[in-house]
Design a protein around this ligand. Structure first.
Ligand SMILES: Cc1cc2nc3c(=O)[nH]c(=O)nc-3n(C[C@H](O)[C@H](O)[C@H](O)COP(=O)(O)OP(=O)(O)OC[C@H]3O[C@@H](n4cnc5c(N)ncnc54)[C@H](O)[C@@H]3O)c2cc1C
Length: 423
């Protein structure tokens, strides 16, 4: 790992310390330049924390979209329980705080020159780069599923137009129709997400189209909070829902968008509405920057989140290989803060201290029925691992009041994290 100290900045190029003392512009050039790429749950809070950590840092946040649309609670939008406007957040407050916001898509990273290039033609040099690009779909990994197919079989795994498309399709479906969801193999964004989605779609169908059927085709035999989900499905949606695990032929091997058909090794499923959650990888700029390994995800140092493949580039959020930590907004937020402190320490020539990170993932099985899983993680053996004995899941035998309370905690968590990140 290359550690760039504060002193190195002052010495950098012609701006030697003695010269810098005499010439104000040279001093200005000596400020540490940090680019944070991606203004989602990881990047936006990381940029803010870096700016707050040291007001002399020049922090630039590069984000492709003018408005961020959040995935957590987007399943409630799909089920007609929430307006998408509640998912949207802007960057005005972060800008007003002093972070430079550049609205453009990054197209190239030159790790040698330490430079990021943007689609609009601009380029920025950096001393440290934090990559937080989230995920991209691995187009073509599931035969038949490409960008054109997503227009009729939405993934809705990035919130926005895809979320609304799936909502409209469910709305237009006749009572008695068949909805099919395909869930991918690990790793992917939000491990409990497909099952929360299935639950809330089942809630919508039970209420408005009770003769319909929901089938979940799964490329796995086990999933997050499985016992809690399955007990709730049995209780709330027994006739309506069917979960087909890998060992019963649940893995979708190809799709045909024209006929809305999903094929497994054992059967062919014709859907009226098909939600294909496909295989994923780190946002494509990670590969361009050379920080993604052959798995498509980014190996990192668990103390600093610095890439194991390229010095001076840190990777946080869904794009990172974070050991036992799931790919969640909660985890992205925790990683962003740890990374901001580590980058600050490194730029000051100090050694970052090993962190402890926390994650909690809430899921709604119905609007007033919440469940959760929590974990605590620490660096050990070069990875982020579970702290033994910490964390846990909601009790299996909790009364309805408890489930309602957890649904409320889920809402409160979303309000808190989005306020902390964007407001
Ligand atoms: C249906 C669903 C439900 C979920 N529910 C929960 C939940 O209840 N709790 C929870 O904790 N997590 C939940 N998640 C997971 C959560 O959304 C992600 O883990 C989180 O968004 C990851 O944050 P991130 O910053 O890594 O990526 P993102 O939040 O996706 O942010 C990445 C940002 O980078 C930008 N970007 C990418 N490439 C470029 C580029 N080249 N140039 C400029 N900008 C770029 C994108 O535009 C985007 O704004 C859910 C996910 C889904 C799909």
């Amino acid at each position: 790992m290359i550690r760039t100290t504060r002193r190195t900045f002052l010495k950098g190029g012609a701006a030697a310390a003695s010269v810098a003392l005499l010439a104000a512009p040279a001093l200005a050039q000596a400020k540490a330049r940090i680019i944070v790429l991606g203004g989602g749950f990881a990047g936006a809070i990381c940029a803010r924390e870096l700016h707050r950590a040291d007001l002399s840092f020049e922090v630039t946040l590069v984000e492709a979209n003018p408005t961020f649309t959040a995935c957590p609670f987007s399943n409630a939008v799909i089920a007609g329980l929430r307006d998408i406007a509640m998912q949207r957040f802007g960057y005005d407050v972060i800008r007003a705080e002093g972070v430079t916001i550049v609205q453009d898509r990054a197209t190239a990273v030159d790790p040698q020159e330490r430079r990021v290039s943007l689609r609009g033609g601009a380029g920025f040099g950096y001393d440290r780069l934090v990559l937080a690009p989230g995920i991209d779909i691995r187009w073509g990994a599931l035969p038949g599923y490409d960008e054109a197919a997503a227009a009729s079989m939405p993934h809705a795994w990035k919130a926005g137009d895809q979320t609304l498309l799936l909502r409209r399709q469910l709305d237009a479906m006749a009572d008695g129709g068949t909805v099919v969801i395909s869930a991918p193999a690990n790793p992917f964004r939000c491990p409990p997400g497909p099952y929360e989605r299935a639950s809330l779609i089942a809630f919508y169908l039970k209420k408005t189209k009770p003769r319909s059927k929901l089938i979940v085709l799964d490329a796995k035999d086990t999933f997050s909070k499985q016992r809690l989900f399955q007990a709730a499905w049995q209780q709330l949606y027994p006739e309506l829902m069917e979960w087909v695990p890998l060992s019963n032929g649940g893995k979708v091997t190809s799709v045909d968008a024209k006929t809305r058909t999903l094929v497994t090794d054992f059967a062919t499923y014709k859907a009226d509405v098909a939600n294909v959650i496909p295989p994923q990888r780190a946002g494509s700029i990670a590969e361009v920057a050379g920080v993604a390994d052959p798995t498509g995800w980014c190996p990192i140092d668990p103390v600093t989140f610095e890439s194991r493949l390229r010095p001076n580039i840190h990777v946080i959020g869904d794009a990172a290989i974070a050991g036992a930590m799931p790919k969640s907004a909660f985890a992205a937020n925790a990683q962003a803060k740890v990374c901001a402190f580590a980058v600050t320490a490194l730029l000051r020539g100090e050694a970052p201290s090993p962190p402890k990170l926390v994650n909690t993932c809430y899921s709604l099985v119905a609007p007033d029925y919440g469940i959760s899983i929590a974990g605590v993680y620490h660096p050990t053996g070069g990875q982020l691992a579970d702290v033994e004995g910490a964390g846990g899941v909601s009790p299996a035998d909790a009364p309805p009041d408890f489930r309602a309370l957890e649904a409320g905690y889920a809402e409160a968590w979303f309000r808190t994290i989005t306020a902390e990140t964007f407001a």
